[in-house]
Design a protein around this ligand. Structure first.
Ligand code: NAI
Ligand code: 15L
Length: 273
């Protein structure tokens, strides 16, 4: 009996938006083996293109520029946008208009797969003692979380209407280290991030999938059984950071930032007087 070959883990031209950012810099390097050409884009300056790279500056809020940016790409890792809680007027062009522009550009250019950097802040107003999965109704903790919920709904529509597949990554906290108590639950290492992005890019038939992005931490707020088909199996854990984190002053248990999964995002703003 012949077994089916493993799914291809390679594409020709991969677009990475937000490539000048923290995760963009990490994935710029680590996705090298997975695409012959990496097209790197941001509104912020990017270092010059290395071999196998194309640098294409672009403001995501400019539809015509985004259509040109997406031309001739095979898949997209969409990281670009405002990545923290900010006034709605800043979130709107980058995250809401920008994500719409990207999906329209994908439709017009025939791109079939997008990995969308969503966020745990889509469900940030659940308490830290609750365990959520992809079917849990969103409870965004601010305009930023609302913009990510918009991106998740938009991508659902583009799959149902146009068949463009998306994996929405509800990333926890992907940084070099877990820096505080909350991150002991939300932290995701860069190795685990890479594994999640690669599986999201190359697993066949993902349709529209939502997956939480965290390492195999002791404390877990998220259950990924609805994204089992990705085969995401995180290898790292925040435990090596626990002693350092727990040496910090004990947080106030009545502080909303301690009670809710979104942490400090739940008490950002209001921004207007
Ligand atoms: P970052 O803020 O370092 O990078 C975002 C990039 O998007 C920046 O380089 C920025 O210049 C660019 N950008 C902003 N507005 C733009 C526009 N109008 N047009 C083009 N580019 C624009 O954020 P980071 O940490 O690298 O995160 C990457 C993505 O992952 C973001 O979408 C963020 O919301 C999401 N995410 C990250 C998490 C983390 O732990 N790092 C957790 C959850 C979600
Ligand atoms: C996010 O969505 C942000 O992009 C990132 O900067 C962190 O704040 C992260 O969530 C988090 O919740 O720790």
């Amino acid at each position: 009996m012949t077994s089916s070959p493993p799914p291809a883990q390679h594409c020709h031209r991969l677009l990475i938006t937000g490539a000048a950012g923290g995760l963009g810099g990490v994935l710029r390097e680590r996705l090298r083996p997975y695409a012959e050409v990496r097209r790197l884009s941001d509104i912020a300056p990017l270092s010059p293109a290395a071999e196998g790279e194309e640098v294409v500056p672009c403001d995501l809020s400019d539809l015509q520029a985004v259509i040109a940016l997406v031309h001739d790409t095979d898949a997209i890792v969409h990281l670009g946008g405002v990545s923290v809680e900010r006034p709605f007027e800043e979130i709107l062009p980058a995250n809401i208009q920008g994500t719409y522009n990207l999906y329209e550009a994908a439709r017009l250019n025939g791109v079939r797969r997008i990995v969308f950097a969503s966020s745990n802040h889509v469900t940030g107003f659940y308490r830290q003692d609750e365990v959520l999965d992809a079917a849990t109704p969103p409870r965004p903790d601010g305009y930023y979380g609302i913009s990510k919920a918009f991106g998740e709904n938009l991508s659902r529509f583009y799959f149902d209407r146009y068949g463009i597949e998306t994996v929405c990554l509800r990333i926890g906290s992907s940084f070099p280290k877990a820096r505080d108590r909350r991150m002991l639950a939300t932290w995701m290492s860069y190795d685990d991030l890479l594994q999640l992005v690669v599986r999201s890019l190359f697993t066949p038939d993902v349709g529209h999938t939502i997956v939480y992005g965290a390492s195999a931490n002791r404390d877990r707020w998220w259950d990924n059984h609805l994204a089992q088909h990705l085969g995401f199996a995180p290898k790292d854990s925040s435990e090596p950071f626990r002693a350092e984190v727990e040496a910090q002053p004990t947080p106030d248990p009545n502080d909303p930032a301690t009670q809710y999964q979104g942490g400090a995002f739940v008490k950002a703003g209001p921004f207007n007087a």
